[in-house]
Design a protein around this ligand. Structure first.
Ligand SMILES: Cc1cc2nc3c(=O)[nH]c(=O)nc-3n(C[C@H](O)[C@H](O)[C@H](O)COP(=O)(O)OP(=O)(O)OC[C@H]3O[C@@H](n4cnc5c(N)ncnc54)[C@H](O)[C@@H]3O)c2cc1C
Ligand code: FES
Length: 255
């Protein structure tokens, strides 16, 4: 696994994509050159009363330019603080963290729900062929045009304002989307349903779990999930999402 780097990095661009959802490009060449889609960075707060870094997935990686992009939703004080930063400001980050996605062959379908959509953009663009993307939005759409450039996009909206009314699996069924491999990131109920769907249809399926974390580097066990296999070190049926994940084969984990 690639070695992580902690650094104070410059913000190259920050903009609001939709209400409360921000895109930040960061100049971080050492992290960019080691990173792969599905990995994440730990973002530190300037307010030292918030000791723990916030884990945010890599949305895009531009290795030649040494830049990484994160897209995040304001959830609380940490992400609120990040949203006030401007081009030219600095931000303390550590990464790349976690395992990232393994690229497979066949009919690839990437599925993102809500704030699980950003990491799927970097993954979709990493394939040489045009993949299928199924994106589930609750309300305002973001990153849609960027997905259109790299994937055949299907949208599901809860209110039916665009695409299929319902969730990402409703869109899969309505559009009769075929898959050999599914990659998904989003809320746990969505991942649980995709795991069941993939098992029933015998589709190879990778899930990225964005559960709560603390240390982000495998030291505190705050992020364990139940696994089918025993962990080789601890000999228990647990895996650390920040270290052995956040990406798992669906059949490996209990949701
Ligand atoms: C591997 C990983 C990748 C992630 N990638 C992204 C990303 O690309 N974009 C993005 O917007 N967010 C992402 N998250 C979630 C993000 O880390 C949290 O939203 C963030 O840490 C909240 O920090 P805060 O200080 O703003 O809010 P806090 O004050 O810490 O929390 C505010 C509220 O959000 C809830 N919350 C905190 N963390 C999570 C979480 N992981 N899942 C669900 N609810 C949470 C808290 O319970 C609380 O109700 C990711 C999380 C993980 C573990
Ligand atoms: S967050 Fe500490 S072990 Fe995963």
């Amino acid at each position: 696994m690639s070695e992580k780097v902690k650094q104070t990095a410059s913000i190259v661009e920050q903009k609001e994509l939709a209400e409360g959802i921000y895109s930040m490009w960061i100049q971080a060449s050492e992290i960019a050159c080691k990173a792969k889609p599905g990995q994440f960075i730990a973002v530190y707060s300037d307010d030292k009363s918030r000791m723990l870094p916030r884990p945010i997935s890599l949305c895009e990686i531009k290795k030649e330019e040494g830049k990484i992009r994160i897209v995040y939703r304001i959830a609380g004080a940490g992400t609120e603080e990040f949203s006030h930063k401007k081009k030219g400001d600095t931000i303390e980050i550590m990464g790349p963290l976690g395992n990232g996605f393994s690229k497979e062959e066949g009919k690839i379908v990437v599925i993102g729900g809500g704030i699980g959509i950003p990491p799927m953009l970097g993954l979709a663009s990493a394939f040489s062929q045009r993949v299928t993307a199924v994106l589930g939005y609750r309300s305002e759409q973001f990153l849609r045009e960027e997905f259109d450039k790299v994937a055949k996009v299907y949208v599901a909206t809860e209110d039916g304002s665009d695409g299929t009314r319902g969730n990402v699996l409703d869109a899969m069924r309505e559009e009769a989307i075929e898959a050999d491999v599914i990659y998904a990131c989003g809320p746990t109920p969505m991942l649980r349903a995709i795991k069941e769907y993939a098992a029933k249809k015998q589709i190879r399926c990778y899930l990225s779990l964005e559960e709560k974390m603390a240390c982000g580097i495998g030291a505190c066990l705050a992020c364990v999930c139940q696994s089918k296999e025993k962990d080789e070190h601890s000999q228990v049926h647990n895996k650390r999402i920040c270290k052995e994940g956040p990406v798992f084969l669906a059949e490996e984990v209990t949701l």
